[in-house]
Ligand binder design. Structure first.
Ligand SMILES: [Zn+2]
Length: 334
């Protein structure tokens, strides 16, 4: 029987030759994601000298600004690209409209100024949402006391983003999933002459069960209901993709998929659909699952973390937001 070209070329192939020793494996492997691809999400609280462990996220803390600066001096040495700031204000500062979000001397605004001064090479990203600041814990203004009102929320998100740009943020990252938020924020930034401020949209953000530990960390669980009416449904990947396409049209500079680990297909799909950079947010639940498994003795912590981060990179993420960023060198020793 005449052999086809394919069967001839495959007949003598022994793939084990390509995996025989570390030198050949390393030569043929894709490189590990380098540190500059990583953004470390951090939680900032008021006061001084505060470094409070987050129980459900081992190795992560809520920091007062002075303690965050101390932690950053170690983390920055690893060469990570930047950090994403979340504020955890006192309950006494929370209001129905979340007005603390755009205070000139709010926690995030102060943290941006201090970090820029101390660590000029780190990129400062800020989360732009209202749920950390509203008394009801939803991401926008409520109408009728229960539904989030999309259009009146836009102006407040824009005001918050401008206050971050004013304080020196390199990139603002709206996460509220309000329709039109990217355009509203871009317009306000441009009108205030912050044309150089980047905008990274949490564009394909799913209503996920993987946010539990974050909500402990940021004390931002909604007091009633859930966020399913504004975050994407994981059973509906086409709409989630459309969210990213729309945000690109509205002027986002970087798109994002959140969560990452359970949405590798979406990362790959968004990457295929756009020429913009794609970020992926490796969320708290994904981080904590690996810790819990390691604590039980069911796997090695660093090995599991490394493999999970490589999968996110392999799916196509240009930027990885991950709590693992604070221990980059223990996961990817050089
Ligand atoms: Zn929110």
């Amino acid at each position: 029987m005449k052999k086809t070209i394919d069967s001839v070329s495959l007949s003598g192939l022994r793939l084990r030759r390509t995996r025989l020793n570390p030198a050949i494996r390393n030569m043929l492997a894709e490189p590990f994601p380098p540190p500059e691809k990583f953004i470390w999400p951090v939680f900032v609280i008021g006061g001084r000298g505060q470094k409070i462990p987050i129980e459900s996220m081992p190795g992560q803390f809520r920091f007062s600004i002075d303690e965050l600066l101390k932690a950053l001096s170690l983390v920055a040495e690893s060469g990570i690209g930047g950090l994403m700031l979340f504020a955890v204000p006192d309950d006494s500062l929370k209001t129905p409209d979340g007005s603390y979000a755009w205070k000139e001397n709010g926690l995030v605004q102060k943290a941006i100024r201090e970090i820029r001064k101390e660590f000029p090479s780190l990129l400062v990203f800020t989360d732009v949402c209202l749920c950390e600041y509203t008394s009801h814990g939803h991401c926008g203004l409520l109408k009728d006391g229960c539904t989030v009102d999309n259009d009146s929320t836009l102006e407040l998100l824009a005001r918050t983003a401008v206050s971050h740009a004013e304080a020196g943020a390199h990139c603002v990252a709206p996460s509220a999933m309000m329709d039109g938020q990217v355009a509203a924020i871009r317009d306000s930034l441009d009108a205030e002459s912050y044309t150089d401020t980047l905008l990274m949209s949490y564009s394909s953000k799913f209503a996920s069960s993987m946010y539990g530990p974050f909500r402990e960390a940021a004390a931002s669980a909604p007091s009633h209901g859930d966020r399913k009416s504004y975050q994407a449904d994981y059973r509906n990947p086409r709409t989630a993709l459309l969210e990213s396409i729309l945000d690109e049209g509205e002027g986002a500079d970087i798109l994002m998929v959140k969560p990452a680990q359970m949405y590798l297909d979406i990362i790959a799909e968004v990457k295929r659909t756009t020429l913009l950079p794609v970020a992926a947010y490796n969320v708290s639940g994904e981080y904590s699952m690996i810790h819990a498994s390691a604590q039980k003795g069911w796997g090695n912590l660093e090995d599991m973390a490394r493999e999970s981060l490589c999968s996110i990179r392999r799916a196509g993420a240009d930027i990885i937001l991950s709590y693992w960023a604070s221990r980059y060198r223990s996961i990817f020793p050089s």
